[in-house]
Design a protein around this ligand. Structure first.
Ligand code: ASP
Length: 320
């Protein structure tokens, strides 16, 4: 099979140095581990970037999406993307908004620097190759493969900052696994996340993190400088009353404001809690619900959607 490996940077491509590890190994160097999956693979490689994933941006995600599209158009039957783990879930979700996946698209990374004891990059690459060469995984949209688990872009999250088992899908669990070099699915694909139109990112959307005692300071400070806001609210979609009032004022003035939760596994409520700052008040005041989507992913959905001319209501339709 013709598989394309796109390298973007991250620990999986790190080289040790006097000032600490930094990206340095190229796609060609990473290719050997993908070949180790034992499949009959013709691998082409491309260095899209050499970034620590803290420096990924929506613009860099757009560039990567174009590269994925180009390689698929050129005949790739599967795509493997190597990426830093810090923002891996965001890039996976951005790709699910932006690229059709007629072939499997698989992102992977590593927690341990190459050359360190028990380095995980080669095993993750081999598992990613197993998924990328299994055509039925195309239907799942972009996937993250880590530690032999297969995760949907919609749910995947970095759940530990240092352990090798760093990824999970808190709301739902992994969608499948790799064993003996075979990729297995536990359940079927979800509806696609893809936006009806894709456009280069041209909007600014920021996240406000709610905490006990948060007031409207941050909302008032930035509301005129952004195209949209996402609030990472408490629990099922609640914020302290002064923050609620600032958010509702911003929404009433026409700013798209999305209500997400700061909980790792979340579902925004609709009609349970009353009072100022409850989810009923916030949604009646014009905030749109992110449903079960994390704040980081809701931000990307709003940012890329607004950039493509879609409204917050179109991007986050009310649940059935
Ligand atoms: N700091 C690294 C990055 O995200 C961490 C990693 O790749 O695991 O680029």
């Amino acid at each position: 099979m013709r598989i394309s490996l796109l390298a973007t940077g991250g620990t999986i491509s790190n080289q040790a140095g006097a000032g600490g590890a930094t990206p340095g190994r190229d796609a060609q160097t990473l290719a050997a581990a993908a070949q180790a999956a034992g499949r009959d693979i013709v691998l082409t490689t491309r260095d899209v970037s050499q970034l620590s994933s803290r420096n990924m941006t929506p613009a860099a995600m757009w560039t990567l999406a174009r590269a994925v599209d180009e390689d698929i158009q050129a005949g790739a039957e599967g795509i493997i993307i190597t990426h830093g783990t810090d923002t891996l879930e965001e890039t996976a979700y951005a790709l699910s908004l932006l690229v059709p996946t007629p072939v499997p698209v698989v992102l992977t990374g590593a927690m341990r620097v190459p050359g360190s004891p028990g380095e995980d990059g080669p095993a993750n690459l081999a598992a990613a190759a197993a998924v990328a060469t299994t055509p039925r995984f195309a239907a799942y949209g972009p996937l993250v493969v880590h530690q032999d688990e297969i995760h949907l872009a919609r749910w995947v999250a970095k759940v530990h900052s240092t352990r090798v088992a760093a990824f999970g899908s808190p709301p739902a669990g992994p969608v499948g696994m790799v064993a003996e070099g075979r990729a297995l699915a536990f359940f079927g694909p979800l509806p696609s996340e893809r936006l009806p139109h894709a456009a280069a990112p041209g909007k600014r959307v920021e996240i406000i993190w709610a905490a006990a005692g948060s007031d409207g300071l941050l909302v008032e400070a930035i509301r005129d400088r952004v195209d949209g806001l996402v609030v990472a609210a408490l629990g099922g979609g609640h914020v302290p009353a002064p923050l609620a009032e600032a958010l509702v004022r911003a929404a009433a003035d026409g700013l798209p404001v999305v209500l997400a939760s700061r909980c790792a596994a979340a579902q925004i409520l609709h009609h349970t809690y009353g009072g100022v700052g409850g989810e009923i008040h916030l949604q009646a005041g014009g905030l749109v619900s992110a449903g079960a989507l994390s704040a980081a992913k809701a931000r990307l959905r709003l940012l890329f959607g607004l950039s493509a001319g879609l409204s917050a209501a179109e991007l986050f339709p009310p649940a059935d």
